[in-house]
Design a binder for this molecule. Structure first.
Ligand code: SAH
Length: 352
């Protein structure tokens, strides 16, 4: 959905679309690269500063396009240093992005939809329901705008699409945005292996993604049997574990890369000794890494986080089975920026 107007945010266009617009207007196609460099390398807000482009072309561009930023409604900083950005969109909807400081760099978690339609039972974002897909420009702007506000934009190294929404349910816009984020010639120049797309498991979209984009893949697995996964993640009824894991097995990976399987640890639901062994077994024939996420409790949540020793034992079983395992502690809990907690406050401030 793009606002109704003859003037388009130029960031909505793919490179090919920009090239064909230039052709239609009898302008040399190499200008596309120049324009995009100004927007993404130099953070230009105005066509007039694009001094290596003829004045008449700049004027024509200004008549037809804008270079939009998102309205930064609020920025909150957590005690652990993570920063949550609340952005207001043209239709008054709000989304959130979270900047997470690591040792020497930042990771940015971005949203792909306003709300989410997947209805995962443990996820607070899901409880707010689905509103709409983000446009390509809105996805890109989260990265471009936040980079622009950093003292050292080079420090932003990782992008994870793990904010609000299911990226593969907004396929075209997400792939368009990813391809500009990773375009080294005239996009935002992120390394392909520093951008991660996380999905709840829209299995039929995986072969397309494999073909259309080159980024890390993360799968929110969260259970080792269909009964438990059906209960936690309704998408599993459509694409059960066998189908999802088969699509993962067929996913072509660059050398030395693997698929990241995210597994929320929920007390007495999926955290047993048997579950750990079963998980090790299930992923045996896939090049897999495992990311354990101790459930992040929130007010009214029906699930609990397992005890520390249960979490450690679970991890050790997987390590003994030769998996690389990371335990991810949610950051930004005091500002509701942790996993699954986005949107709720956005909804509140939206109604304010
Ligand atoms: N829809 C995509 C992208 C969102 S990623 C997906 O499902 O992968 C959000 C990640 O946070 C998912 O791995 C999800 O399983 C996890 N998550 C959601 N709510 C959580 C909670 N309360 N505690 C810990 N992790 C949670």
């Amino acid at each position: 959905m793009i606002p109704e107007s003859n003037i388009t945010n130029i960031m909505e266009l793919t490179k090919d679309q920009l090239i064909s617009w230039l052709k239609d207007h009898d302008i040399e196609t190499y200008r596309a690269k120049q324009i995009m460099k100004w927007i993404y390398f130099r953070q230009a807000d105005d066509f007039n500063i694009m001094t290596d482009i003829k004045k008449e072309i700049r004027q024509l561009l200004s008549l037809n396009f804008t270079i939009d930023r998102l309205e930064k409604k609020q920025v909150e900083t957590s005690q652990d240093g993570s920063r949550k950005y609340l952005f207001k969109l043209f239709d008054e909807q709000c989304i959130e992005s979270v900047l997470i400081p690591e040792k020497n760099y930042y990771t940015l978690c971005i949203s792909s939809q306003v709300g989410c339609a997947q209805g995962c039972r443990f996820c607070l974002t899901a409880k707010g329901g689905f509103v709409r897909n983000l446009t390509k420009g809105e996805i890109l702007a989260q990265v471009r705008d936040i980079m622009n506000g950093l003292d050292d934009p080079e420090k932003l190294k990782n992008i994870v699409m793990m904010g609000m929404g299911e990226p593969l349910a907004n396929y075209k816009n997400v792939v368009g945005a990813i391809n500009t984020i990773t375009d080294a010639e005239c996009g935002l120049s992120f390394s392909n292996n520093k951008v991660t797309l996380s999905t709840a498991g829209l299995a039929p979209k995986l072969p397309d993604l494999n073909q259309d984009a080159n980024v890390n893949l993360a799968i929110s697995l969260n259970a080792t049997d269909n009964k438990t996964r059906d209960m936690l993640m309704p998408i599993n009824k459509k694409y059960p574990l066998e189908i999802l894991l088969d699509a993962c097995r067929k996913y072509r990976l660059p050398p030395r890369q693997s698929i990241m399987f995210e597994y929320i640890l929920l007390k007495d639901i999926n955290d047993s000794y048997d579950n750990a062994n079963h998980l090790a077994e299930l992923l045996r024939s896939i090049k897999a890494k495992i990311n354990l996420i101790p459930f992040n409790e929130y007010e009214g949540s029906e699930f609990r986080q397992p005890e520390e020793d249960v979490i450690n034992n679970f991890r050790e079983i997987l390590r003994k089975n030769n998996y690389i395992v990371i335990t991810r502690r949610s950051k930004g809990r005091d500002i509701s920026a942790a996993c699954g907690q986005l949107r709720v406050r956005a909804a509140i401030s939206n109604n304010a």
